[in-house]
Design a protein. Structure first.
Lengths: 472, 253
């Protein structure tokens, strides 16, 4: 999800994820065969008309991918069959700037999701990715005039080669982990954003990612550079229809927040229950810069995602707030990481998870403070709400602190919905389901209220949907 | 249309411990009843059972609301049939604004009662709520605060009376509504209780162990409970006896 849907009716009449679960019949312009080898990687690069250095980057990353073991410390990934995935599916010949030029069946998909309408109402720019490619990008004219760049990452490689090469792969190198290596080998699509010095973008920019076919691998690559003293709020939303076999979403997001700049990156994803969602997100924050990850995860089969912030220079601030909802057959393994590499830096990690019907949620976090990073402040709060005894919640907070002049606060709570609380609300005329939904919404509220209003309304609706039929 | 609530030989237990041992009591709409008794006499349990708290098992008896036995109804169904419980210890519900919750409750009850007035929107509801808050001297800011979170004891009790005023029940049960209130707050709450009760023609059952409440509320009947039973009934003379000889004087009889 991401954008508020036009039709409330559609949501309330259907259960589960199905409002997003419709499939569209499309003819792909090109689809690679299932499985991965160097020929496919060369073909992706050739089709995109990339410079030699990018092909070399991809091939090197593929070597790294093959050389790395599957991570065994987190969620169960044994169901991923790398041979049963389409790594590159190109829905049309190139990205469009005019909505009217987008092929009709793709346009219909995004119309149903309410994308073009939202752009008119409350966004400064929109991007939409279908399978492997960004099929549409647009930016408010006044921002383009001020030098803001908002393009698909593929277009940016062609249009801004120097800016691109200088920053690409610097925050998340291919060797970071197996899935960042895979992404680096086969990446396609994603957003490239450059905000010039001192430019403040008031309204959010948004990108919407849609997987439509079965056994799809979506590997978008997003790179945001906020130059000195600038600010931007970027919002991404993701959905996919339900299929019987699995898809893989493995994105890499790199963010560079220069001196005195501020970036907020908001994610609202509602993947269907057959998507493995393994994403590497990291930001580098320079002097007095501010980075804020706001990460809301509903749906998917397995999510492993720990948005990270490297506080590299004095005075940098980082904040990570995440919300996860794990239902039957789902494992949300999420959290955040902050590296304090300089004095006077501060960070906050707030993680809230809700587990229902045997769903499993895990908080996994790291706060690292190196020797010499004096006067650091850090606070970690993780709260778990369990709706039934079958569900599970685990917390793995790691603190690696090598400096003494540090203020550290850590709180963790695990709660279940209390009978007294339910009875209190029910005595006022609410059904058990209404009462439980209210408690869940209240639990999630401190994070939801950080969202722009339109998204907050939508997320509350999604939570209510998840709660439908969940009790007695 | 005078409705009646008739409790007949009500027995209830928590686990295997019997708490109510045959309570019988008739309440008509428009009447005020006060139930007094020592701690542990079963007063609070009685109100909780009337509202359908699942903690308690009803082991016998009936509670008729006109011709309907409400013991078969779930707590929300009881609320939708016009019953209300003001809690002794109101629950905190973090992150849920009192105003939003009350509007949801109001509209849910109205829709269950097939009310012809359309669901009330946020703005008109806020206006109604603000007016009621003013009467109870509750800071209107509490509307946007989480239910009972950080409320003082007195504020919680005022909030219970506020909820009653908004939901307009036919019968309200108020559990220790006077505890935690200072004398000024008690005056305000009692006055407002009287106003709402008259306006609604509501049947009111107030549980208290403090005779002081009678300085502010004039009941139609006073009941004394002990060991899960009503052991004495009467008017104000009962209170004089309590004040003189204590609850023991009834129990020893």
């Amino acid at each position: 999800m991401a954008v508020p849907l036009k039709t409330k009716k559609m949501l309330t009449q259907t259960g589960d994820n199905s409002a997003y679960s419709f499939r569209t019949k499309t003819k792909s312009f090109f689809a690679s065969k299932k499985g991965l080898n160097t020929d496919i990687i060369r073909e992706i690069s050739r089709q995109k008309g990339e410079p030699q250095w990018m092909l070399d980057f991809r091939l090197h990353a593929y070597e790294v991918f093959l050389g790395k073991e599957m991570p065994k410390w987190g969620a169960d990934l044994s169901g991923i069959d790398f041979e049963n995935i389409h790594y590159y599916v190109r829905p049309q010949d190139k990205s469009k700037r005019n909505w009217e030029d987008v092929p009709k069946e793709i346009k219909d998909t995004f119309d149903k999701l309410g994308i073009p309408e939202a752009e008119k109402k409350f966004l400064a720019g929109t991007g939409a990715q279908f399978e492997s490619e960004m099929i549409y990008h647009s930016l408010a004219e006044n921002l383009a005039k001020q030098g803001v760049i908002f393009e698909s990452t593929d277009d940016a490689l062609k249009n801004h080669p120097e800016l691109f090469k200088k920053h690409f792969g610097t925050v998340v190198p291919p060797g970071d982990n197996k899935f960042s290596a895979l992404n680096s080998a086969v990446w396609s699509g994603g957003s490239f954003i450059y905000v010039p010095k001192g430019v403040h973008i008031e309204l959010p920019l948004q990108a919407y990612f849609r997987i439509n076919i079965e056994n799809m691998g979506q590997f978008e690559r997003t790179l945001i550079i906020a130059d000195e003293g600038s600010s931007i709020h970027y919002v991404e939303g993701c959905t996919a229809p339900t299929y019987s076999s699995d898809s893989l979403h493995s994105a890499v997001v790199e963010i560079i927040v220069k001196k005195g700049a501020r970036v907020q990156y908001t994610t609202i994803q509602n993947w269907s229950g057959n998507v493995y969602n393994l994403v590497t997100k990291r930001a580098m924050a320079y002097e007095n810069a501010e980075m804020f990850w706001l990460d809301c995860n509903l749906g998917s089969k397995v999510t492993m995602k720990y948005p990270s912030i490297i506080l590299r220079e004095r005075g940098a601030k980082g904040e990570i707030q995440s919300l996860a909802f794990a239902s039957k057959g789902q494992h949300q393994d999420a959290g955040g990481k902050v590296m304090h590499l300089a004095p006077d830096t501060s960070s906050t990690i707030i993680s809230k998870s809700i587990s229902k019907n045997g769903g499993r949620s895990t908080y996994r976090g790291l706060v690292k403070v190196i020797k010499g990073a004096k006067n650091v402040k850090t606070r970690v709060v993780c709260d778990a709400l369990m709706l039934d005894p079958e569900s599970r919640s685990d917390t793995y907070p790691t603190m690696d602190i090598k400096e003494e002049d540090v203020a550290v606060a850590h709180e963790a709570t695990v709660a279940s919905i209390g009978e007294d609380e339910l009875f209190y609300l029910m005595s006022r005329g609410l059904s058990e389901e209404q009462a439980a939904t209210l408690i869940v919404n209240g639990f999630a509220n401190p994070i939801i209220r950080k969202l722009p209003m339109e998204y907050a309304v939508e997320l509350n609706r999604l939570l209510a949907l998840e709660m439908t039929g969940s009790v007695g | 249309m005078a409705k009646a609530l008739k409790i007949k030989n009500l027995n209830a237990a928590i686990g295997s411990t019997k708490i109510l041992n045959g309570v019988s009591l008739d309440i008509l709409q428009g009447e005020i009843h006060i139930i007094m008794g020592q701690n542990g006499s079963g007063k609070s349990t009685l109100l909780s059972v009337l509202m359908g708290n699942p903690k308690y098992t009803v082991t016998g008896g009936s509670v008729m609301l006109d011709k309907k036995d409400i013991l078969d109804l779930s707590p929300p169904q009881r609320a939708q049939n016009g019953l209300f419980l003001g809690f002794q210890h109101p629950q905190v519900v973090a992150g849920v604004a009192l105003g939003n919750f009350l509007r949801l409750a109001k509209n849910t009850i109205a829709s269950a009662q097939k009310s012809k007035t359309p669901a009330i929107g946020p703005a008109p509801f806020a206006a109604t709520l603000r007016a009621e808050m003013e009467k109870l001297k509750i800071d209107p800011a509490f509307m946007s605060r989480s239910i009972n979170e950080g409320f003082s004891g007195g504020e919680k009790k005022k909030s219970e009376v506020l909820q009653m005023a908004i939901l307009e029940p036919s019968f309200a049960f108020l559990d220790e509504i006077d505890s935690g209130l200072d004398i000024d707050a008690l005056k305000i709450v009692a006055k407002q209780l009287g106003v709402v009760q008259k306006k609604q023609g509501m049947g009111l059952v107030i549980v208290s162990h403090n005779p002081r409440i009678l300085d502010f509320i004039k009941p139609d009947k006073i009941h004394i409970m002990s060991k899960g039973k009503i052991i004495a009934q009467g008017g104000k003379e009962i209170v004089k006896k309590i004040e003189k000889d204590g609850f023991d004087s009834f129990i020893k009889k």
